[in-house]
Design a protein around this ligand. Structure first.
Ligand SMILES: Nc1ncnc2c1ncn2[C@@H]1O[C@H](COP(=O)(O)OP(=O)(O)OP(=O)(O)O)[C@@H](O)[C@H]1O
Ligand SMILES: [Mg+2]
Length: 428
C-alpha cells in the first residue's frame, strides 16, 4: 500500500514505532514485536556534567548508554537506569508526566531524543510513530504531541490511540471494560467496538505510587530503616530481627533530595512487590494473622518476616470509595443498559499494580457481589505479569502492524495540508 507521501506502508517494512508513556515508565519499541525494546523510567535527571569513572565504564556495554545530552552550559540530562542511578552531585530528578499526561515538554523531548539515538538507533524520519494516550488526554496535549512528532522529529506518519482500547486489543477484544492499575492512577474505561467511551471512564489517583508511600509509612511506624542501596558498601550476615551491621560507601556531597527520594521509592516498590498481598476479603487482623508471612531482607542486611502487615498494606487499594471495584461499577453504570452485559462479560485487567499478589482475586470477588445478577461476569488478564504491564504497548504493536490499519495513519503530507485538525478527524 502506498501512502500519500509516497512512502511504502504495510507490514514490517515501515518500521513503525510504538510509544507508551506512563507515570512509572515509557515503553518503546517496534510494532509487530512481542515486547517493547526498552522500558525506561519516566523521569529525567538534570544536573551538571560529572565525570564518574565507574559510571562511564558501565555505559560501554548495552543500549542504555546516555551519560547525558548537552543542553546549553554544562547542564546534562541523565536518562535510563544506567545513567540515572549513579550518585551525582546536584542532579535533580524530574518527572515529565502529570495527571496521566505528558506535562513537561522540554524533558519529554530529551526522552524522545534518547529513544531515537540510543534505543532505536535510527533517525526519527524513517519511522511512523504510534502513541498511546489516556482517555482524558486534553486536546492541547494531543496537538502538542502531533506537532512535536511532525515538526521536530519529522515522523513520516503519526497516530494516537487510547491506551484502554489497545489493552483490549492485546486481549483479543474490541469490546471490554478495561481496568488499568498503574503507578499514578487506576482507571476503568468502557471500550465498545474499538472506541473508548470517554464520558463513562472512571478513575482515581490511587495506584502504585500511593502504595509505595503507604509502605514508607508502614516501615516508619515499625521503626525499620530503609537504607539506600547505593549507600551500602558491605553488610554482615545477621540473624532475623538482629541489629544490622554494615559499612557505608563514601558518596559525593550534594546528592539532591529529589534523587534520593526517587531511589528510595524504587526500593519501597520492591518491598511492595515482594511482600504485599491483597486478601480476598477486606482486611481482618485475625484472618491475616493465620496466613503465612513473607520474609524480606533490607539493603543494610536487616531481615524479618512480615505477617498481617503484608495484607494490611495493600488493602488501601480497595478500602475506599475509589477502589477499582467502584470504578468498574461507575464506568459500567455510565454506559447504555444494552452495552452493559458485554462489558461485565469482558472485564480486562492490566497495569503493573494488578500484579500485586491477590489483587485480581480480590477484584473478581468484589465484582461478583456487585455485578447485576442478569449479567455474566468474566475477567480476562494477560497471562504473565510483564504482559499485564505492557498490555497497551502490545496492543499498539498489534494494531500498527495490521494491513487494514496502514491507511489510518496521519501522514506528514496530510498534516502539512490539514494541520492539527487531522487529529480530531483521524484519531477521535
Ligand atoms: N510485579 C509487580 N507486583 C506489584 N506491583 C508491580 C509489579 N510490577 C510493577 N508494579 C507496580 O506497577 C506500577 C507501574 O505500573 P505501570 O507500568 O502499569 O504504570 P504506568 O503505565 O507507567 O503508570 P500510569 O498508568 O499510572 O501512567 C508501579 O507502581 C510498580 O511498582
Ligand atoms: Mg499506564
Amino acid at each position: 500500500m502506498s501512502a500519500p507521501n509516497g512512502m511504502l506502508y504495510g507490514g514490517d517494512e515501515i518500521g513503525a514505532l510504538v510509544f507508551d508513556p506512563g507515570h512509572h515508565s515509557l515503553r518503546v519499541g517496534y510494532a509487530q514485536e512481542d515486547t517493547p525494546k526498552a522500558d525506561i523510567p519516566a523521569v529525567v535527571g538534570v544536573g551538571p556534567a560529572t565525570h564518574i569513572p565507574e559510571a562511564e565504564e558501565k555505559t560501554q556495554d548495552g543500549n542504555v548508554t546516555q551519560t547525558g545530552t548537552k543542553a546549553g552550559g554544562d547542564i546534562r540530562h541523565y536518562i535510563d537506569v544506567t545513567a540515572l542511578h549513579v550518585p551525582r552531585p546536584n542532579m535533580e530528578v524530574h518527572s515529565y508526566m502529570k495527571d496521566g499526561q505528558i506535562d513537561n515538554w522540554d524533558l519529554f523531548e530529551k526522552m524522545l531524543d534518547y529513544c531515537y539515538a540510543k534505543v532505536i538507533r535510527s533517525p526519527s524520519e524513517h519511522h511512523p510513530a504510534l502513541f498511546t494516550e489516556a482517555v482524558w488526554a486534553s486536546r492541547g496535549t494531543r496537538e502538542k504531541l502531533a506537532e512535536l512528532l511532525f515538526e521536530k522529529y519529522k515522523a513520516p506518519a503519526f497516530f494516537l490511540v487510547k491506551s484502554a482500547v489497545l489493552a483490549a486489543f492485546a486481549n483479543g477484544k474490541s469490546t471490554a471494560l478495561v481496568v488499568d492499575a498503574g503507578a499514578g492512577q487506576t482507571s476503568a474505561v468502557p471500550v465498545i467496538d474499538g472506541y473508548a467511551l470517554t464520558h463513562a471512564a472512571a478513575r482515581s489517583p490511587i495506584g502504585g505510587d500511593h502504595l509505595a508511600n503507604a509502605a514508607k509509612q508502614l516501615l516508619n511506624s515499625l521503626h525499620i530503616q530503609m537504607l539506600p542501596i547505593y549507600s551500602i558498601q558491605s553488610k554482615e550476615v545477621i540473624r532475623e530481627r538482629e541489629r544490622p551491621r554494615y559499612t557505608l560507601k563514601s558518596l559525593p556531597a550534594a546528592l539532591t533530595l529529589s534523587w534520593r527520594e526517587y531511589m528510595l521509592k524504587r526500593q519501597y516498590e520492591d518491598f511492595c512487590h515482594c511482600i504485599a498481598q491483597v486478601s480476598e476479603c477486606p482486611y481482618d487482623e485475625r484472618v491475616a494473622a493465620a496466613m503465612p508471612g513473607a520474609h524480606y531482607e533490607f539493603p543494610g542486611g536487616y531481615h524479618q518476616d512480615f505477617g498481617p502487615e503484608r495484607f494490611k498494606l495493600p488493602d488501601c487499594l480497595f478500602d475506599h470509595s475509589q477502589g477499582p471495584q467502584h470504578l468498574v461499577c461507575a464506568a459500567a453504570g455510565a454506559c447504555d443498559a444494552d452495552a452493559r452485559p458485554a462489558l461485565w462479560g469482558n472485564v480486562v485487567i492490566c497495569g503493573g499494580v494488578s500484579n500485586t499478589q491477590g489483587w485480581m482475586e480480590r477484584l473478581s470477588k468484589e465484582l461478583s457481589s456487585r455485578a447485576p445478577s442478569s449479567h455474566r461476569l468474566k475477567s480476562h488478564a494477560p497471562p504473565s505479569p510483564q504482559e499485564r504491564r505492557f498490555a497497551s504497548w502490545i496492543g499498539g504493536s498489534i494494531l500498527a502492524s495490521i494491513g487494514s490499519f496502514q491507511q489510518m495513519w496521519i501522514s506528514s503530507q496530510e498534516y502539512d495540508e490539514g494541520g492539527k485538525g487531522q487529529l480530531e478527524r483521524k484519531c477521535p
